[in-house]
Design a protein around this ligand. Sequence first.
Ligand code: NAI
Length: 477
Amino acid sequence: MSFDYKVADLGLAEAGRHQIRLAEHEMPGLMSLREEYGDSQPLAGARIAGSLHMTVQTAVLIETLTALGAEVRWASCNIYSTQDEAAAAVVVGPHGTADDPQGVPVFAWKGETLEEYWDCTEQILTWPGEGANMILDDGGDATMLVHKGREWEAAGQVPPTTEDDSEEFSVFKALVRRTLEQDAQKWTTVAGEIQGVTEETTTGVHRLYELARAGELLFPAINVNDSVTKSKFDNKYGCRHSVIDGLNRATDVLIAGKVAVVCGYGDVGKGCAEALRGQGARVIVTEVDPICALQAAMEGYQVARLEDLLETADIYITTTGNFDIITAEHMQKMKNKAIVANIGHFDNEIDIAGLAKVPGVVKTEIKAQVHEWTFESGSSIIVLSEGRLFNLGNATGHPSFVMSNSFANQTIAQIELFTKPGEYDKQVYVLPKHLDEKVARLHLDAIGAELTELTKAQAEYIGVDVAGPYKPEHYRY
Ligand code: NAI
C-alpha cells in the first residue's frame, strides 16, 4: 500500500506504538465503541479530514475511526502540538513497518511553520480520488479553509493582504490564493462533498455559531465541546492536569508560594485555578462575566483586574478564548522573570506581535518553546510556546482518560452526521443527553465507580425514566 504523508521521522513509530498501546488501556470509551461498532462498520464510506492535535490520544481516536470503517487524513490544529512518535505510529499503522507503512496519511510534525501548517490543512482536504465527506475539527481551521476558500472563490478573488492582517491570516490568504490558481473551483467542489463537521473546542464552536447565525454554514455541524462529558471534563479536569505539566516541563519553577493569575474563569480557567492552588500558589482570577467572577470569589480566589496585578504576579495563564488579554504594555510592566502562558485555543490572547515590536526588546531561546524576552530596563519575562496553547506546546496535552470522554463524543458525533444525512440541517447541534450519559457510563467501570440504580417509583417521583436521561436539558451540572 502506498500513500502520501508527511511526518518528522517514521523511525519513531515503535516508540509511538508503545505509547498508543498504553493509552488504549486508559481510553475505555473509545475501546468500547470499537467493540460495539466494529462489526457493523457505521463509518464505512466516510472519508474524514481530521484537524486536531496529533497526539498519542488522537492516534487512538484515529484508529477507532478506521476500526469503524472510515478512511482518514489527518493534520494537527496547532504548529507545536504534534507528538512526532504518535504521528509516525499512525502512518506506519499497527501492522506496517517504517519501510512499508500501512496506516493513515498524517501531515503533522512538531514545530511547523505557518506556511507548513496551512499546507498540511490543505492536504487533509485534498484526497486522491473522491474528496473528504466529513470534517473532524478542533478550533475550526479546516472548516474555515473550506468556507473562506469557497467565499473568495465565488467572489472571484482572495482579498489582498492588508496591514491589519495578522501574520497567520496573510499566510492563510496566500495558501487560498495558491489553491485557486491551481483549481478555480477547488473549494466549491470540496464544500459540495462535505456532509458535516464535528467540532471539538469552545473557540471552534463559537466560529460555527457565527457562520450559522449569518446563514453561511455550508453543512451541518455537531458541537462536541458542549457535551457535558466534553467541556465539563476535558476543559476542566484536562487543563487541571496539563496546566501544571506544561509549566513544569517548560520552567520547573516552584509554583508553591507564587502569585498566579488566571485570566478567565470558564471551564478551562476553573481547572487551571484549582491546579495552581493545589500546588500552593496564591491564585487571582480576572473575569468580565459577573457570574464567573462570583463563582471564583465563592471558591476563595481573589478577583481583580490585570492592570493592578502586574507588579506582584509571578505566573499568568490566559484561558479566555478572547484576544488582547495580555498586551505588550502589560508585559513591560511585569515583575522580572514573570512567566506568561496561554492555554486558550489561539495565540492572540497574548500580544506576541506587539511584544516583538517593543523598542530594544531582545528574545532569547532558553529551549524549544521557552523564550526569555528582555526589555531595555534589564527586566525580562518568560513566554511559553510563543503564546500558543502551552499545555500542548510545552507538554503533551491532556491525559488519555479524559480525552477518551472527548473523543467518544467525537466518534458518536461522526456516526450521527455520517449515517443520518437527512436528519440534520445546516445548523449547529449538540448530541442528545442520552448519548452524553452513555459516554460517562462507558468510563465508570474503569475507575471502579458503582452507579446507584433508581427504583421505578423513584424514577416516577422525579419524573425521569429508570434508564435516563436523568436531567432536563436546562440543567447545568
Ligand atoms: P469559556 O467560555 O467557558 O471560558 C472563557 C471565560 O473567559 C469566560 O468565562 C469569559 O467570561 C472569560 N473572558 C472573556 N474575555 C475575558 C477578558 N477580557 N478578561 C477576563 N476574562 C474573560 O471557555 P472554555 O471552555 O474555558 O475555553 C477557553 C479557551 O480554551 C477556548 O479558546 C477553548 O477553545 C480553549 N481550550 C483549550 C484547551 C487546551 O487543552 N489548551 C482545552 C479546552 C478548551
